[in-house]
Design a protein around this ligand. Structure first.
Ligand code: FEO
Length: 165
């Protein structure tokens, strides 16, 4: 069953927001590379790939529902940061905004009685819990490592070992 047009527009906004997140992570990755923190750069690059996968999942879902997938305008991401902690905190702010947007989308699907959207969105609700927790834990560890370059390089090395997407 086709979803209502206003719900389709909200799904398209989420598609655009996931691409915005992908660009933002890619930009943070570039900043880490300029700081020679290549493990963190690699972690951010993988996160960018994951966000692009989310965007494609939204795009495919809209198409599968017989809708029109339309990518909106994606603003330029922040390109420079005061510290590694600042960069991860900025990622956390973004993840919280994505979580809120997905919750709004879920409420909109419920209001439209669009039952077919619910399981798809529930997957993203669960995913956001994990994403926020992961970024928040890294920010906490960076806070603990403040001023200790040995701890920073250890964390960089660990994050560079991230596998998968
Ligand atoms: Fe796709 Fe990190 O939100």
């Amino acid at each position: 069953m086709k979803m209502p047009k206003d719900l389709e527009a909200a799904f398209n906004s989420q598609l655009t927001m996931e691409l915005e997140a992908a660009n933002s992570y890619l930009q943070i990755s570039a900043w880490f590379a300029t700081q020679n923190l290549n493990g963190m750069a690699s972690w951010m690059r993988q996160q960018a790939t994951e966000e692009r996968t989310h965007a494609v999942m939204f795009l495919d879902f809209i198409l599968d529902r017989g809708g029109e997938a339309t990518i909106g305008q994606v603003p330029a991401p922040t390109a420079s940061f005061g510290s590694p902690l600042d960069a991860f905190e900025s990622a956390l702010v973004q993840e919280k905004a994505v979580t809120e947007a997905i919750h709004q989308l879920y409420r909109a699907a419920e209001q439209a009685d669009d039952i077919s959207s619910i399981p798809f969105l529930q997957g993203f609700i669960t995913e956001q819990i994990e994403e926020e927790a992961t970024v928040s834990a890294i920010a906490d560890r960076l806070r603990l490592a403040e001023g200790q370059s040995g701890a920073l390089f250890l964390l960089d090395n660990e994050l560079g070992g991230r596998s998968g997407g």
